[in-house]
Design a protein around this ligand. Structure first.
Ligand SMILES: Cc1cc2nc3c(=O)[nH]c(=O)nc-3n(C[C@H](O)[C@H](O)[C@H](O)COP(=O)(O)OP(=O)(O)OC[C@H]3O[C@@H](n4cnc5c(N)ncnc54)[C@H](O)[C@@H]3O)c2cc1C
Ligand code: SF4
Ligand code: SF4
Length: 1023
């Protein structure tokens, strides 16, 4: 792509286009791991650019431009397909539909929904439910896949038993054709759009049929073999049993599911294992109102097939986990896919022949379509063979896919889809008529073949290869069958510097995309590199030597908010956030790469005064109510201590004060350690400065032990996370005795309320509030009820929930993101606060000082009309206490941080140096200062020296620093509006910060300062 073309895209799409190589790479693959043998025939699949249109008008503009410039366009929904349809084999531009995700209209009377193509099924279903409606069918990739993607790819899914293929549930689709015209397709016209994978046009909008929401019920049935299964399902159809969805798995799948890892939290399983019998397990979903009729009829169809009803527990487990088929990938760590459609009448024979011919364990999931394309029942079988893509023999196992395809065809079946790999078999896959229609339409509308070239009917080399290889299937099969398959997780050695378990997970990730839309780092920026899926893919590239760590990638790991949303979203139950945590330690603590710069200032401050705000330890407890000191001050003894943490002690002090008021009023016997209260260490842990974290942990635990405390009560979820979850693990690792329990004040106070020892005496004016669940006490410690119980105990208060609440609550976007990328943090914060505003609540209650800080900063930047109030403050106010408004202090502190953040960048440091050239030159060692000044006067001398600057500067700067420090401190003071106490401490803090940062940053600073320094030397000054 030439510069003019890039400029055009940049001008049209601004931050919604990327040319960054690392990013583009992440838009050049789908879920399938392509065998090494095929890759060279495809060549580079890295697009030249990725764009994210927001509207149909933008799509039209893009299409017209692409036509004029002959630039190939490859549409991409969530890339959850695996046939190569999204691969930009001719490079060009990937059109990512992520931002076209509006639900435009729901018609409850006509039972239709009109959506932009990029809407994800899960989101649409949520909106439908709010209107008493539901989807007629959806793919098992429901948490990730898009409406446009499914229409373009074609398919059946959950609900297809009753509703058929997706295309038959589409009323119409608006499509941008290759000449830029937009047309609406409906009825038979959809033949040239559905299953066409974008080769004929970009789908911008889909109108689909929906149905009234009715309560569902599920049962599970065990069936001994495939032929019995076939007969039983046929009998269900013949007897018109009122079933909505019929899914089944084969015994191998049941066996693997039994072996699959459970969802873990902090290294412990958080779900129970439900053992499945080694049989075909059918999961039926039906409307509750049909329960009696179905249950009455089932024995009649099951008995002749020796089938039996399985427990409710199994039924619920299978239904609950219906989107998590990829969990078995953890055992591979790769899966070779084989997806076929066969007539129900040949199910038994197909299964038997696969068993006979394929010696590898083939795990299968099936979807029954009661009335298939031919009017007869069909079965979609998604088969997987566990394998290891890192091994050469993976290609042979891949060959077995063709064996399965051949078997399907022998019995009247076909491959599920065309995509890239089966593009020469369109007639078989789509039916000869439809394929012919599609070819003719493609020829007419896109004669230059710029819309998703090489796919569906493309005549590319891959399709040819597949046909050729199929001819050799009988010879390849024995090779594939002979490969030894090991099942189970077996991480062995670290790969490069990636720990063995994390390396395994990287390959275990199915690339399904479930984690993407709900990751705040993704929706804050909109690019895959920030999502867990993108990071896993990058790690694979890194481990295979095609990528290297740079600061941008280190930051990508560091900046993750640790919200833990991805852990519960992951279809493979991967411990994602803990893996990033491990990498933080490796990158920063072990390898001494640069952390997010302002954390160096926090580290220096923590080491000196025990807090991250560069405040004095002597002021740590200035907020503590004088009259409570005698009862709860550090001179007392109690088993419970309130640990306030840094932000509540120094910035939002209303939180700390309100908490002790509340605890006191509730009759809790507690102490506060006074000036010994300390930073909990979370900032040091997450920024990778684990040496500082360890120091903090040791001193905190010792302080509590010395005070005879066994329970630490917190008001900050990050502190709570340390005392409750992190310290115990680290203490064990460090050989420290740890016998401390942690509780949030909301838990302690609600205990008192429940036991009848405390109640709120006064009625506050009627208030409607909404509650933000902090990630660090919600998903990390599952404390959801206590804050709600506390709120409910206050008379006159009504709690309304936000769209995402409890374990699904979205993150506020704080700390790491706020410090690294304030504008992104504001976008994330806004998306959360918008949800709060949408509830109509008067106030947004938060129970975390850091979330509140972020909300206050966000509200100020984005002008969001809802007041943020701390839960403790709100509750203690109901007791009649008054507290100072924390907002002015928050804004003051944020101004300091914002200026520090800007300063601690290469540009910031370059600017700072630009204010002190005379001092810098004077500070040069070995008499170089006068020499440089002299060179400035000799024409051309500095130009000659210029190439040496990148070598000289890093060596000289450490020697110059002590000399220029006083003036540097002065200049920093000029640009950062620091409070006096911070200013006073700068001479102690700054040298340490510079010592740690400069070695990393100097390489980026030198190019920025070289010319300004030369200019200064040429111009000279009074010296
Ligand atoms: C765990 C899992 C379960 C799955 N279950 C099912 C299932 O039950 N049934 C099923 O059919 N499939 C299933 N799939 C496959 C896949 O999820 C579906 O095909 C899905 O519909 C693809 O949607 P997508 O948004 O990811 O599209 P993508 O994969 O991004 O795209 C699919 C094709 O459509 C094209 N395309 C995308 N958007 C547009 C557009 N707006 N205009 C024109 N062309 C476009 C792409 O170029 C590509 O060729 C599953 C996949 C996974 C990982
Ligand atoms: S922990 Fe949160 S921010 Fe980090 S990767 Fe997971 S979902 Fe994204
Ligand atoms: S991390 Fe999990 S949810 Fe995300 S793409 Fe990988 S397997 Fe899917």
């Amino acid at each position: 792509m030439n510069k003019t073309q890039q400029d055009y895209l940049e001008q049209e799409f601004g931050s919604r286009v990327t040319f960054r190589k690392t990013e583009r790479k992440l838009y050049g693959h789908d879920i399938a791991a392509m065998p090494g043998i095929i890759k060279p025939f495809i060549g580079s699949m890295v697009p030249d650019a990725v764009v994210q249109p927001e509207t149909e008008e933008e799509l039209v503009e893009l299409v017209r431009w692409a036509g004029k410039n002959n630039v190939p366009l490859t549409p991409r929904g969530k890339a959850s397909s695996g046939y190569g349809g999204v691969l930009p084999v001719k490079n060009g531009v990937v059109v990512d539909f992520y931002r076209m995700k509006q639900v435009k209209h729901i018609d409850a009377e006509k039972l239709t929904a009109t959506v932009q193509a990029g809407v994800v099924w899960e989101r649409l279903e949520r909106e439908l439910k709010n209107k008493g409606l539901t989807l007629r069918l959806y793919p098992s990739s429901f948490p990730a896949a898009t409406a446009g993607g499914w229409l373009a790819q074609g398919g059946a899914g959950i609900g297809s038993y009753e509703a058929g293929w997706f295309r038959d549930n589409v009323v119409s689709a608006r499509v941008v054709l290759p000449d830029g015209e937009t047309r609406e397709f409906s009825g038979d016209e959809l033949d040239v759009i559905s299953d066409a994978e974008g080769i004929t046009g970009l789908i911008s909008e889909v109108t689909l049929r929906v149905q009234p929401l009715e309560e569902l019920d599920v049962v599970a049935i065990g069936c001994p073999d495939a032929i019995d299964l076939q007969h039983m399902v046929q009998a269900m159809i013949d007897n018109k049993l009122p079933i909505w969805s019929l899914l089944f798995i084969n015994p191998r799948m049941a066996e693997l599911k039994n072996k699959a890892p459970l969802l873990e939290h902090l290294g412990h399983p958080v779900e129970e294992r439900v053992l499945l019998p080694a049989s075909y397990i059918v999961t039926l979903a039906f409307r509750k109102k049909d329960h009696d009729a179905l249950m009455k009829a089932l024995p009649g169809v099951m008995k002749p097939c020796q089938a039996e009803l399985l427990s409710d527990r199994i039924a619920e487990h299978e239904w609950k986990n219906r989107f998590k088929i990829m969990i078995v990938k953890r055992l591979g760590p790769s899966l070779v896919p084989a997806e076929i459609v066969i007539p129900l009448s040949s199910l038994g024979k197909v299964m038997a022949e696969i068993e006979a011919k394929v010696a590898q364990p083939v795990v299968k999931e099936g979807v029954v379509v009661r009335e298939g394309a031919s009017g007869q029942p069909e079965v979609v079988i998604l088969g997987f063979i566990p394998s290891d893509q890192r091994k050469f023999n993976y290609s042979f196992v891949f060959g077995l896919t063709l064996t399965i395809m051949n078997i399907a065809e022998k019995y009247g079946g076909r491959p599920y889809s065309t995509g890239l790999y089966f593009a020469r078999m369109a007639g078989k896959v789509l039916g000869e008529d439809k394929a012919a229609k599609l070819k003719a339409f493609k020829k007419k509308v896109d004669p230059r073949n710029i819309f998703n070239p090489g796919k569906v009917i493309g005549g590319g080399v891959i399709g040819l290869m597949m046909i050729a290889v199929r001819a050799f299937e009988p010879f390849i099969r024995p090779l594939g069958n002979r490969v030894m398959t090991h099942l189970g997780e077996r991480p062995s050695e670290p790969v490069r510097d990636i720990p063995a378990d994390v390396a395994w997970y990287a390959y275990g990730c199915s690339q399904c995309g479930y984690c993407i839309d709900e990751c705040d780092q993704f929706y804050g920026r909109g690019w895959e590199s920030q999502s867990p899926r993108g990071k896993w893919y990058w790690l694979r590239e890194y481990m295979e030597g095609r990528e290297e760590w740079d600061q941008a990638m280190v930051d990508t790991i560091l900046v993750c908010t640790t919200c833990e949303m991805c852990n519960i979203r992951c279809s493979a139950s991967l411990p994602i956030e803990p893996s990033w945590m491990k990498l933080r330690g490796i990158l920063i603590d072990d390898e001494k790469k640069m952390t997010i710069p302002p954390f160096e200032m926090m580290a220096a401050s923590v080491r000196k005064e025990g807090d991250i705000w560069a405040a004095y330890r002597k002021d740590r407890d200035a907020w503590f109510p004088e009259e409570l000191k005698e009862k709860h001050g550090p001179k007392n003894k109690a088993k419970i201590a309130y640990f306030a943490g840094c932000t509540a002690s120094h910035v939002e002090t209303d939180i700390a004060e309100a908490t002790v008021r509340l605890l006191d009023a509730a009759g809790v016997d507690f102490i506060h350690l006074g000036k010994k209260d300390n930073c909990c260490g979370t900032p040091m842990l997450v920024c990778g400065k684990w040496d500082v974290f360890e120091e903090i942990l040791r001193s905190n635990v010792q302080n509590m032990k010395d005070a005879g405390v066994d329970t630490v009560v917190t008001s900050c979820p990050a502190c709570d996370m340390m005392w409750r979850q992190t310290y115990p693990v680290w203490a064990k690792k460090l050989g420290i005795d740890y016998d401390i329990t942690a509780k949030h004040y909301s838990e302690v106070v609600t205990e008192k309320i429940k036991s009848g020892e405390f109640k709120f005496p006064e009625k506050v004016p009627d208030t409607t509030i909404t509650l933000h669940d902090s990630c660090h006490i919600g998903r990390v410690s599952s404390v959801y009820d206590a804050p709600r119980d506390l709120i409910k105990a206050i008379p006159g208060v009504k709690l309304v929930e936000m769209e995402h609440n409890r374990e699904n609550a979205h993150c506020c976007g704080s700390v790491l993101t706020l410090i690294k990328d304030p504008p992104v943090a504001a976008d994330i914060g806004k998306s959360r606060m918008d949800e709060a505003v949408a509830t109509g609540a008067d106030k947004l209650l938060a129970l975390c000082p850091c979330c509140q800080f972020q909300f206050r900063v966000t509200a100020d930047k984005k002008k969001i009309p809802i007041e943020t109030v701390d839960l403790a403050r709100f509750s203690a106010s109901a007791l009649g206490y008054k507290f100072p408004d924390p907002n002015p202090e928050v804004q003051r502190q944020w101004a300091v941080f914002e200026a520090m953040i800007a300063l601690m960048t290469p540009e910031g440091f370059a600017k700072l140096m630009g204010t002190m050239w005379p001092e810098l030159v004077d500070a040069m060692p070995f008499g170089m200062g006068p020499m440089m000044r002299f060179m400035g006067k000799v024409p051309g001398a500095l130009t000659l020296m210029k190439p040496m600057f990148p070598v000289l500067f890093p060596r000289l700067l450490p020697m110059m620093m002590p000399k220029v420090m006083p003036v540097m401190l002065q200049r920093v003071a000029d640009s950062v509006p620091m409070p006096d106490y911070m200013l006073e401490q700068m001479p102690d803090l700054m040298p340490k910060v510079m010592e740690n940062l400069m070695p990393h940053m100097i390489g980026d600073v030198v190019p920025l300062v070289t010319q300004p320094m030369i200019d200064y030397l040429r111009k000279g000054d009074s010296k």
